[in-house]
Write a protein that binds this ligand. Structure first.
Ligand code: F6R
Length: 616
């Protein structure tokens, strides 16, 4: 998830582009860059780190810009966040500049092909293939940038917004999109392009949303949009009535609300590019050889907070699919208990930020003990993946709200992918069994969308519980960590007492807490394959209801057996048992967020908390 800006018009292009980037910095901030035309020559400037670094470089090396410019603020996926990997990327003759948001899935084979034809690559990014392909196509298409873009896009797989400029055509910016956002801002004698309207709202509120597989030619006085075959298309024009700060949040009052809604895309992006043409899983950045993974005798997952809950869920999947013992431990406890680790131990460190000090210290300890360490992380180039043997990045994009939402769902996806990959290299599952789960995972973005479209009653319910002192959460099997996550969200956002129990433990003590009217949220496991557990939790619901609890039941749609015992029923789509947390967590996020908002709390910055906890 990166921020993209393009401009054509009479204003100083460099200023317009850099100001636009400042408004998009929430989308990615590990590097930034611009390209402009100065006296007909392509000039680029790019810097690792925040936009301030790029601004400083531009001050140091000031340049005038003719009427066009493009700019990018990056959230790294392929290649570490360095000056060289920052966008724009240019062709070998420095005539075409390209910026990109998304992942070009077939970049490896395209790169090989281009290198065979003599192209010199300077970065590790997937984006650079687009610059070289465009340069080649421009020769075929008599310098027609839009035609070249259409032709290149037909060859690309994956998700991308591409924006390009060509030194020979100094009044034109061309862009294309597939599965990645792009909007056009229409001004008077000037036009804009951006990942979202926040970038140009200071100049115009008239926007056009580009559809799937469309290409736009932007000139100061014209906007031409076609499909990849050059046929004109219908577009949606609209007027933006948000102010600039609301625009950064996509019109939502809080980033957290926006990030909850972004979950289907985040899940889809994390799955992108993981399956090779022959149907096998390929985890590019893994850096652990299959022979090393075959040696593993034990897995230990270490993480904190929400990431720890993802680890608890991973244990069920990994042990079930791979038949390797798997322990899960909070990172802050790990190294103080003298854990037994050796070269045959795989330690999986899960951390959204890649900077949590507790997890980092546990990683260092594990490596001292010669264990192999694999990081699951959302921030490319952060410390934990740098210090680990291998990494699997989640592609949730930046999460601004302090409470983890979309990154949790993508951590689950990454954990499932690791489990399936281990099953593949250790040959404990047949290829078609693994493919069946991958297909089920590929269906999850749709299922999450479905949940999001039905959560209004959850909001209403949450608002009605503003006065409650305590909420309890119960779950079994993978539903237990989901219950823990629901309770954590409520504590951190609504500042309420919330506790989660494994439903079977209730009778060993916590049932004494149940009293008249106490809200208890119960996560009911899927009936498929885990019928015994399902029936047991239905009994647990009856037990607490008999003692006066107000039961709030999250269950599969069509599960009529729970209906008579549910004071409130929240239905979720029926999905395979192990994958249920991807859908069952979503109503709990919405519940906690809405309850916190009803109490007047700031859900993006809850009290006493920080997004990245860099102290032990
Ligand atoms: C809760 C939350 C925290 C983090 C925890 C670990 O919503 O966000 O509990 O999950 O601080 O952070 P990372 O994953 O960055 O190591």
């Amino acid at each position: 998830m990166c921020g993209i800006v393009g401009y054509v018009g009479p204003q100083p292009a460099l200023e317009v582009v850099v100001d636009g980037l400042a408004r998009l910095e929430y989308r990615g901030y590990d590097s930034a860059g611009i390209a402009v035309l100065t006296d007909g020559r392509l000039a680029t400037e790019k810097r690792a780190g925040k936009l301030a670094n790029l601004r400083a470089a531009l001050e140091h090396n000031p340049r005038t810009a003719d009427g066009i410019g493009i700019g990018h603020t990056r959230w790294a996926t392929h290649g570490a966040p360095t000056d060289t990997n920052a966008h724009p990327h240019v062709d070998n003759d420095n005539r075409v500049a390209v910026i990109h948001n998304g992942i070009i899935e077939n970049f490896a084979s395209l790169r090989l092909e281009l290198e065979e034809r003599g192209c010199k690559f300077t970065s590790e990014t997937d984006t650079e293939v687009a610059a070289h392909l465009l340069a080649e196509e421009l020769k075929q298409q008599d310098g027609d940038l839009a035609a070249a873009m259409r032709s290149v896009c037909r060859r690309l797989e994956g998700a991308f917004t591409l924006v390009a400029m060509f030194a020979n055509d100094p009044e034109l910016v061309v862009a294309a999109r597939r599965n990645s956002p792009l909007v056009v801002g229409r001004g008077q004698g000037e036009n804009f392009l951006a990942s979202d309207v926040a970038a140009f709202i200071a100049h115009t509120r008239d926007a056009i949303e580009l559809g799937q597989d469309q290409v736009v030619e932007l000139r100061a006085d014209s906007v031409t949009i076609t499909d990849y075959d050059g046929r004109p298309v219908k577009v949606r024009e609209y007027h933006v009535d948000w102010d600039a700060s609301a625009a950064e949040k996509g019109g939502y009052e809080y980033f957290m609300l926006k990030e909850i809604v972004e979950q289907p895309q985040a899940v889809a992006d994390t799955l992108l590019g993981r399956v090779a043409v022959d149907g096998t899983l390929t985890l590019d950045e893994m850096r652990l050889a299959p022979s090393e993974l075959r040696d593993i005798e034990k897995i230990v997952i270490i993480a904190c907070g929400t990431s720890y809950h993802a680890g608890l869920i991973a244990k069920y999947a990994i042990e079930h699919w791979c038949r390797v013992p798997c322990e899960v431990e909070v990172a802050s406890e790990f190294r103080y208990r003298d854990p037994i680790l050796n070269r045959q131990t795989l330690v999986i460190a899960i951390s959204q930020s890649g900077e949590s000090m507790d997890t980092l210290m546990a990683v260092r300890y594990a490596r001292e003990q010669r264990a192999r360490v694999l990081a699951i992380c959302n921030v490319n180039g952060s410390t934990i993946p740098r210090e680990s043997d291998g990494v699997l990045y989640t592609h949730a994009g930046p999460e601004v709200g302090v409470a983890a939402t979309k990154t949790f769902l993508t951590q689950l996806v990454a954990c499932y992918l690791v489990g399936l990959y281990l099953a593949q290299v250790r040959t404990v599952k047949f290829g078609d069994e693994i493919n069946a789960v991958i297909e089920q995972l590929a269906n999850m973005p749709e299922q999450v969308k479905k949940v999001l479209s039905t959560v209004d009653p959850v909001r209403e319910l949450a608002r009605s519980l503003g006065e409650a002192d305590t909420v309890l959460f119960l779950g079994r099997h993978v539903g237990y960590p989901v219950a823990l996550e629901g309770a954590l969200k409520l504590k951190e956002l609504a500042y309420m007492h919330a506790e989660a129990f494994a439903a079977g433990e209730l009778k060993h003590g916590p049932i004494a807490l149940i009293e008249n009217g106490l809200p208890v949220v119960v996560v009911v496991p899927s009936r498929e394959g885990r019928g015994v557990l399902h029936d047991k939790i239905v009994s647990n619901i009856q037990e607490i209801r008999a003692r006066g609890a107000r039961t709030i039941v999250i269950a599969e749609e069509g599960d009529e057996t729970v209906r008579p015992f549910a004071d409130e029923l929240i239905e979720i789509p029926a999905v395979p048992t192990l994958l249920q947390p991807i859908v069952s967590t979503v109503p709990l996020q919405v519940f906690a967020c809405e309850l916190a908002l009803a109490k007047g709390n700031d859900v993006d910055q809850p009290r006493n908390l920080a997004k990245s906890v860099t102290v032990e």
